[in-house]
Design a protein around this ligand. Structure first.
Ligand code: UDP
Ligand code: MG
Length: 333
């Protein structure tokens, strides 16, 4: 698609970004029967729909191209291979031009009927509107327990709090989009980054229906990987944890060693504890393990500096001041 075509038309007020990976069985129905009717009835402003085909190996791309050919409000970005949803969403956000960008799944699990509510919150002044999933009975036991422990752990170890069950179904305004696109880190969780940015937010609850068709690309294994990425990109505490264990081991072994030394060898075992050679050896081993873990913890400190430098997040994010606003300041810096 020639890019000046896009540049020539006036930007729409609302952009909807949808990543799609192997959605051939549901996408045509979803677009024509669910998404477009919802947008047309709920939005009184011009909108655009940006599909990102994330390396589908089925007919998704052909179907999306047909849709885009028939409707000038629809664009398709075709990634050269499967890059994963987080990257696909980033590509879509980068291509969206609206005053607000709504991100949603293309499988029907993020009901488009709520877009009106998202936009209403935006018009009322929210810069980020987050879809919060009500508990999903259709989910397996495993996924439900997994998701609950995930948020507990994430909030325990990270510097900022994440609302449980908050999803990628979100609206961000153009200021947030501009800041989002400054992130250069490669391992990314879109919702984590949007949470990190701050800004005024609102929450909309929704009930996630079952997929229209096809299977979720995310298996339990992939979800676990995603959880690990969340923890390691949003917090460095896991890195330091073993260092603390090491310090605790060293101190404990040291205390025990001093106690035995004094009790057994200086005072001649007045308490008749008769420490064996194995006990002494055990304490010595604990002490050495403690030293090694402490050294690892020290390395973690240096690694953390490198990690922060490599992630290269913006040092701070500027919001407009007041309603009239000073505008974005980065240009003047
Ligand atoms: N998706 C994607 N790339 C992938 C996997 C998924 O773009 O590698 C898209 C998928 O087409 C859907 C959304 O991301 O629109 C959510 O995926 P899925 O339904 O598989 O996950 P879940 O509903 O379990 O979050
Ligand atoms: Mg899904």
């Amino acid at each position: 698609m020639p890019s000046n075509d896009v540049a020539r038309t006036a930007p729409p007020e609302i952009s909807v970004v949808l990543p799609a990976h192997n959605e051939q069985d549901g996408i045509a129905y979803f677009h024509a029967e669910v998404l477009v009717p919802a947008l047309e009835t709920q939005l009184d402003a011009p909108f655009e729909v940006v599909y990102v085909n994330d390396g589908s190996t089925d007919a998704t791309l052909e179907l999306l191209t047909e849709i885009a050919d028939a409707d000038s409000r629809v664009r398709v970005i075709n990634l050269s291979r499967n890059f994963g949803k987080e990257v696909a969403v980033t590509a879509g956000i980068a291509q969206s031009r609206g005053g607000a960008t709504v991100i949603m799944d293309a499988d029907g699990q993020h009901p488009p009927a709520l877009i009106g509510e998202f936009v209403a919150w935006w018009r009322a002044g929210a810069q980020v509107v987050v879809g919060v999933r009500q508990s999903n009975q259709r989910e397996g036991m495993m996924k439900r327990i997994g998701s609950r422990s995930f948020y507990r752990l994430l909030n325990a170890i990270s510097e900022m709090q994440t609302v449980p069950r908050s999803t990628d179904y979100r609206l961000i305004d153009s200021d947030v989009r501009r800041e989002f696109l400054r992130f250069t880190e490669r391992n990314r969780i879109t919702r984590g980054l949007i949470d990190w940015l701050g800004f005024r937010r609102a929450y909309v609850e929704f009930d996630a229906p079952a997929r229209i068709a096809g299977d979720a690309s995310y298996t339990v294994g992939k979800l676990f990987g995603l959880a690990v990425t969340s923890f390691t990109t949003m917090s460095l505490r896991p890195l330091f944890f073993f260092g603390y264990v090491g310090v605790a081991c060293t101190l404990l072994a040291l205390l025990a060693g001093v106690f035995i030394g004094v009790e057994q060898f200086l005072l001649g075992d007045p308490l008749h504890l008769r420490f064996s050679g194995a006990a002494l050896l055990g304490i010595f081993v604990t002490f050495m393990v403690g030293i090694v873990l402490t050294a690892q913890g020290m390395m973690a400190v240096y690694l953390a500096h490198i990690h922060a430098q490599a992630q290269n997040r913006p040092l701070y994010v500027v919001d407009r001041v007041g309603s009239r606003g000073l505008g974005p300041m980065e240009d003047t810096l």
